[in-house]
Design a protein around this ligand. Structure first.
Ligand code: PLP
Length: 371
C-alpha cells in the first residue's frame, strides 16, 4: 500500500488538523514567543548542572510523583498564605490547562473564554472533547462584567478561562471583573481559571487574582516559569487554588508526569529567584519605551501588562511580518486582523526591531491608506 493511500482511523475532528505552533525560523532577532531574552547566569547554570548530577544517580527510579518539595517551593514563592497542597505543577502551564479540562471539562461540557485570547485554548478544548465558547472581548480588549455574567447564564459553562494579562492583547483584567465572574459561577457548578502566565510583568498597581483565592475555592490561578522566570526550556507550569481543586487534577495526571530532572532544575531556578527575575524590571521598562515609540510612529498600541506589545493596524500585516523577517527580525502574526505582536527582547534586539520596522513602515502605511 502506498503512503498516500494509508488512512489511519484518526478522530474525525483531528483528520484535517496540522500540528500547531509559531514558526521556528533561524533569524538573528527572535521576538515571537514571549521568551525572556536573557539566559541563566553562569552561577545558576552551574547550580542546575550540580542538581541534575545529584538526581542523575537516582534516575533508575521514578520521580516523586507528587513533586512535594517543588510544590512547597512554589507555594513559598507565591506567598498569599498558600500551602503545598494548594499548588500543582506540570510540564508547562499548557499541561496544567489540559489537566484542568480533563478534570472539569470533557464530552458534554463547556469551557467559556473571551477572545481574542491565547491561541492554545481551542486546542486544549478540542483534545479533551470539551465544547469551547469564545465570546468577544470589548473594543479595548477588556471583558465587561455584565457580558460575562450573561454568558455564564446563557452557556452554563463548567470552566471559565480568563487570560490576565491577556495574550496577545497584553492587559490584565480588573480584579473586580474576575471577582464578579467568581460570584456568578460560585453556585453554578463552574470553575474559574485565571491564566497569569505574564503576572510578573504587570504594571505597578495591577493586582494578581491570587489575592482572591481565599474567597473562592472554585478559582484557580495558573502561572509559568517560561516567561518572566526565563525557563521556557525547563517546561514548568503551575497552578494555585483550593486543596479540592488540586485533588481533582491529581486524579487525571499521568503517573510520574514531572521528571526528576525537571523538578530539580525548577527548584534551583526558584532558589535563585532574585537572579532569575533580575531582568523583569528592565523588560517592563523596555516594554513601556517600545509602546511609546510605536505610538510616536502613529500606530495603535494596546496597553500591556506583559512582555509583549500588540500593535497595528496594517492592511496587510503578513507583508509587514515578512519584511521584518527579511531584515532578520521575527515577530508574531497573531491577534485580530491587522495587528502584530512583538515580544520584548534585550535593548539591542529592540533597537534592531525599531530599525527594521522604521524601514518598513512608510510602505506599510501606504498599504493601509490604500484600503
Ligand atoms: C506562554 C503562555 C503560557 C505558558 O505556556 P507554558 O506551557 O507554561 O510554556 C500559558 N498561557 C499563556 C496565555 C501564554 O501566553
Amino acid at each position: 500500500m502506498s503512503r498516500d493511500a494509508l488512512r489511519l482511523p484518526v478522530r474525525a475532528e483531528l483528520a484535517a488538523e496540522r500540528p500547531y505552533g509559531a514558526p521556528q525560523l533561524d533569524v538573528p532577532v527572535l521576538l515571537n514567543v514571549n521568551e525572556n531574552p536573557y539566559p541563566p547566569t553562569t552561577e545558576v547554570v552551574d547550580a542546575m548542572a550540580a542538581a541534575v548530577r545529584e538526581v542523575a544517580v537516582g534516575l533508575n527510579r521514578y520521580p516523586d510523583r507528587d513533586a512535594t518539595a517543588l510544590r512547597r517551593d512554589l507555594a513559598d514563592y507565591l506567598g498569599h498564605g498558600l500551602s503545598a497542597d494548594q499548588v500543582w505543577a506540570a510540564n508547562g502551564s499548557n499541561e496544567v490547562m489540559v489537566q484542568v479540562l480533563q478534570a472539569f471539562g470533557g464530552p458534554g461540557r463547556t469551557v467559556l473564554t473571551f477572545g481574542p485570547t491565547y491561541s492554545m485554548y481551542p486546542q486544549y478544548a478540542r483534545d479533551t472533547a470539551t465544547r469551547l465558547v469564545t465570546l468577544p472581548r470589548e473594543e479595548d480588549f477588556t471583558v465587561a462584567s455584565e457580558a460575562a455574567t450573561a454568558a455564564v447564564a446563557a452557556e452554563r459553562p463548567h470552566v471559565v478561562v480568563l487570560a490576565s494579562p491577556n495574550n496577545p492583547t497584553g492587559a490584565a483584567l480588573p480584579l473586580e471583573t474576575i471577582a464578579r465572574i467568581c460570584d456568578v459561577t460560585r453556585n453554578a457548578q463552574a470553575v474559574v481559571v485565571v491564566d497569569e502566565a505574564y503576572a510578573e510583568f504587570r504594571r505597578a498597581g495591577t493586582p494578581s487574582a491570587l489575592s482572591l483565592l481565599a474567597d473562592y475555592p472554585h478559582l484557580a490561578v495558573t502561572r509559568t516559569m517560561s516567561k518572566a522566570f526565563a525557563l521556557a526550556g525547563g517546561r514548568l507550569g503551575y497552578l494555585a487554588s483550593s486543596r479540592e481543586f488540586v485533588d481533582a487534577l491529581q486524579v487525571v495526571r499521568l503517573p510520574y508526569h514531572l521528571s526528576s530532572v525537571t523538578q530539580a532544575v525548577a527548584r534551583v531556578a526558584l532558589a535563585h529567584r532574585d537572579t532569575m527575575l533580575a531582568r523583569v524590571q528592565e523588560l517592563r521598562t523596555e516594554r513601556d519605551v517600545t509602546t511609546g515609540w510605536l505610538r510616536e510612529q502613529g500606530l495603535t498600541v494596546a496597553d500591556s501588562d506583559a512582555n509583549f506589545v500588540l500593535f497595528g493596524r496594517f492592511a496587510d500585516r503578513h507583508r509587514v511580518w515578512q519584511e521584518l523577517v527579511w531584515r532578520g527580525v521575527l515577530i508574531r502574526e497573531t491577534g485580530p486582523d491587522g495587528w502584530l505582536r512583538v515580544s520584548i527582547g534585550s535593548a539591542d534586539e529592540m533597537m534592531a526591531f525599531k530599525r527594521a520596522l522604521g524601514e518598513v513602515l512608510p510602505q506599510a502605511q501606504r498599504l493601509q491608506e490604500a484600503t
